[in-house]
Design a protein around this ligand. Structure first.
Ligand code: GDP
Ligand code: MN
Length: 380
């Protein structure tokens, strides 16, 4: 789950990382009110889950509350990379001397946490990595060993940061950011830019914070930060129903049991020349309610033209799944042709149940490849 800048900064603040004081606003009037409370020049920042807001015109300085209201009027409703701006963050303006970059992420190859720091911040880090890789200091933290202050010192030293006052502040922030990263079960914590003010104070001016979805059940407070209004309605419906669903952009709706089989189903649809409309994992079950929920989500996508139901019965019994499908078809109006492949435990019986009931528009195929071909044909 990606957090908005203001949410990430709230977490930063709790871990002691210096951030500017600010207020959230959803209307120009609230922006004026916020600026009044902050009492001084402010910056009005579009809150969208995308980077490059500055370049897109979503970040503007305002000297007075009246100006903040005007800038908020311009930014609210703006389209930034396909996302409508519904909130602005009004923050006390900073006087920037220099812009640095600091991040913590996973290096999956090394199976370690990766710290990155460069004094060439403010711009795309990918650019720095290409144009001057030597300026980008990278250092792993072994998760079994944990973070130690020497990690921070080594990192800033390797990046060539020379000012002792800045070194001290940045090293402290690296430790705090690492604590936030592990404490909030993050997958990415990025500060770009990490600024040095004209007074020599180091502060996080931006925040990019991604929390591991699989940890949200034990982080209720962070889970509640999810912006339901901004989420894709189908993905929101799926989450509500407990269905694992990822929207893709093809026409064949895919439904499998288990993540591995569902992924293989996406692959085989592509292999026979089709395009999957989604990835959907029914999980271990296959009871009628689970099937109804998954079908409801899949058929909610107007791009779906056919549905490929791929079940391998291990613990799940195919006869039960077949009954679940029939029950689901009784409860749910689907105009989409459905191709079913059942294999594994009680597959024979499952197929017989479907053949005997013979619901219209339902095709039973013996193999995954045949079923994929049929589903792709039916979507054409
Ligand atoms: P991004 O474009 O989405 O990465 O948004 P950032 O929060 O990183 O802001 C982009 C740029 O706007 C920064 O690199 C700064 O140059 C500028 N900016 C943001 N806040 C302030 C501020 O308080 N004062 C000044 N002078 N510039 C700011
Ligand atoms: Mn930024």
């Amino acid at each position: 789950m990606d957090l908005y800048e203001f949410q990430g900064k709230e977490l930063f603040r709790r871990f002691g990382i210096p951030v500017s004081e600010g207020r959230l606003a959803t209307t120009p009037e609230e922006a004026r009110q916020g600026a009044q409370e902050l009492d001084g020049p402010v910056v009005v920042k579009a809150q969208v889950l995308a980077g490059g807001r500055g370049k897109a015109g979503g970040i503007k300085l305002a000297a007075t509350p009246a100006e903040a209201e005007e800038r908020a009027r311009e930014i609210l409703g703006m389209d930034i990379r396909g996302l409508a701006v519904q909130k602005v963050w009004i923050e006390r303006a900073s006087e920037i001397e220099r812009e640095y970059y600091l991040s913590i992420s996973f290096d999956r190859g090394a199976k370690k946490t990766l710290l990155m720091f460069t004094t060439q911040g403010g711009i795309d880090i990918e650019e720095v990595a290409v144009s001057s890789p030597e300026a980008l200091a990278r250092l792993h933290v072994d998760p079994l060993e944990g973070y130690h202050a020497w990690h921070g010192r080594r990192l800033v030293y390797e990046a060539g940061l020379e000012d002792p006052g800045e070194q001290k502040q940045v090293v402290k922030i690296v430790g705090q950011l690492h604590a936030a990263f592990t404490g909030c079960e993050a997958m990415l914590c990025e500060i770009n830019p990490l600024i040095v003010t004209t007074e020599g104070e180091v502060r996080a001016l931006d925040s990019k914070f991604t929390v591991d979805d699989n940890a949200l059940f034990r982080l209720p407070e962070i889970a509640s930060m999810r912006d339901l209004a901004a989420a894709d309605p189908l993905e929101a419906l799926a989450r509500e129903k407990g269905v694992t669903y990822v929207k893709l952009d093809g026409e064949v709706g895919v439904l499998g049991n288990g993540a591995g089989l569902s992924m293989a189903t996406v692959d085989v649809v592509t292999f026979v020349g089709g395009r999957p409309a989604n990835f959907c994992d029914l999980g271990g079950g296959g009871d009628a309610q689970g099937v109804v929920d998954a079908l409801e989500v899949i058929t909610g996508d107007p791009q779906v033209r056919s549905i490929f139901f791929n079940i391998f019965g291990g613990i799940t019994r195919c006869d039960e799944v077949a009954r679940g499908i029939l029950q689901a078809l009784g409860q749910l109006e689907t105009r989409h042709p459905m191709v079913v492949r059942l294999d594994g435990t009680n597959a024979e019986e499952g197929r017989r149940i479907l053949r005997d009931a013979a619901p219209p528009n339902l095709y039973v195929e013996p193999t995954m490849l045949d079923a994929a071909r049929r589903a792709v044909e039916l979507a054409a």
